[in-house]
Design a protein around this ligand. Structure first.
Ligand code: ISC
Length: 406
């Protein structure tokens, strides 16, 4: 239940400064911040939570309209190092309606104090972004990454797995004067069709990204959606997406994800789903193959379908592999670094209205540290994978979020 109350709010500050000051209010008191812009939307939204402890979650969130409203931030593997979060929505600010805030009953009770703290902030407040307590990963050299791909292909040849998605991290110094909120704006401008996010939380650090991949979505019309997104080629000048040709490797890599989703529906004994695709889509400087799935929740007797599917889907073979457990075991043994929140999922649940949820796979993302950014990218391996090409594909994917560090 969103359960939020609208409050008129007109501080004598430009809209961007209102946002910056709300973020400062949370960060200077050690609280989490989630800021996001939905694909195709013109304005970003912000969710703040009053209680830091309330943000730790166990299972993936429930998506029913009666479930709590907030922002989910889940790691690839949940562990003590990378706790799953659900930030309850105590304060919600939609930049499309900058003259109001929406508050929970808990925040409404503390409104005079919050207003006072807001008014006392300096004109240019400090933004003490959270820093992950985990050590920064050691970046893989080209030789190490290609050896990982070779090991992945060997595991496929041996029949241990059919597909596995290997990945790597890269460390890059932050440019002088790097401003995190300006970088978020830059991502919004560059990638109007991506889900652009900035999450900062104690224990998780600060993450920025622009992902093309929906994990689980429920819209105002009670339609559940998910997608298979896999298969990549560079968007070369003159290439028309609709007539792009795809290699057998990409077709197989994609089909394994689509089949996995169909199997999740089958496990729930749901037959009434709509499947469209695969189609070629543009994401940054790349093309991907995408198949869309939809279920009209009003037409099927599955009131908890969104929650059940979310729990079955993550991690999909677009970031893990098939069969799921052997692929995850392979990654744990061979990948050689901690993915943390890369390839996890994130997004608003029952926000801004109950019944509306948009969760995305955390791809094309980076983690911010005081002096540097850690960027992440992966590639789906099949029996036909070539190590040099897979390295090139990670280079290409790193450019999406890397663009803001130039
Ligand atoms: C794992 C990533 O992308 C996934 C999503 C789309 C295409 C993919 C691929 O072709 O390998 C990956 O499955 C990433 O961006 O780090």
């Amino acid at each position: 239940m969103s359960g939020l109350q609208r409050i008129a709010w007109t501080p004598a500050l430009p809209v961007g400064t209102r946002l910056r000051h709300l973020v400062a209010l949370a960060l200077t008191s050690g609280r989490p911040v989630a800021l996001w812009r939905l694909p195709g939307a013109a304005h970003a939204r912000l969710c703040l939570s009053l209680k830091v402890d309330a943000a730790y979650a166990g299972l993936p969130p429930a998506l029913e309209p009666t479930a709590p409203a907030g922002f989910a931030f889940f790691p690839f593997h949940d562990s003590d190092h990378n706790p799953p979060f659900f930030f309850p929505a105590d304060l919600f600010f939609d930049l499309a309606q900058p003259d109001e805030i929406q508050v929970s009953a808990a925040a409404a009770a503390r409104l005079p104090e919050l207003r006072q703290r807001f008014a006392n902030l300096p004109a240019t407040p400090d933004l003490p972004w959270h820093v992950s307590p985990q050590p920064a990963p050691e970046p893989a050299t080209r030789a190490t990454y290609e050896a990982l791909v070779t090991a992945g292909v060997a595991a496929i040849e041996a029949g241990t797995v059919r597909k596995v998605v290997s990945s790597r991290a890269v460390r890059q110094p932050l440019p002088a004067g790097f401003d995190v909120l300006a970088a978020f704006d830059d991502l919004q401008t560059r990638y109007p069709n991506a889900f652009v996010s900035l999450v900062s939380a104690p224990g998780a650090g600060t993450w920025l990204g622009a992902t093309p991949e929906v994990l689980a979505e429920i819209d105002e019309d009670r339609v559940f959606r998910t997608m298979a997104l896999a298969g990549t080629q560079p968007l070369l000048p003159g290439l028309i997406p609709a007539t792009a040709k795809w290699a057998q490797k990409d077709i197989e890599e994609h089909a394994l994800v689509a089949r996995y989703i169909v199997n999740c529906f089958k496990q729930l004994r749901l037959r009434e789903y709509d499947e469209r695709g695969p189609r070629t889509i543009v994401a940054g400087q790349m093309l991907h193959l995408r198949t869309d799935f939809a279920v009209h929740l009003t037409q099927v007797p599955f009131p908890t379908l969104g929650t059940d599917m979310l729990r079955l889907l993550h991690p999909t073979p677009a970031v893990g592999g098939v069969p799921r457990q052997p692929a995850l075991d392979f990654l744990r043994t061979h990948e050689g670094y901690d993915r943390a929140y890369y390839a996890g999922f994130l997004g608003p649940v029952n926000l801004p209205a109950s019944g509306v949820t948009q969760l995305f796979v955390n791809l094309r993302c980076l983690q911010l540290r005081p002096q540097e950014a850690i960027l992440y990218a992966g590639t789906g391996l099949t029996i036909d994978s070539d190590p040099a090409r897979e390295w090139q594909e990670t280079e290409l994917k790193l450019r999406t979020v890397g663009a803001i560090l130039q």
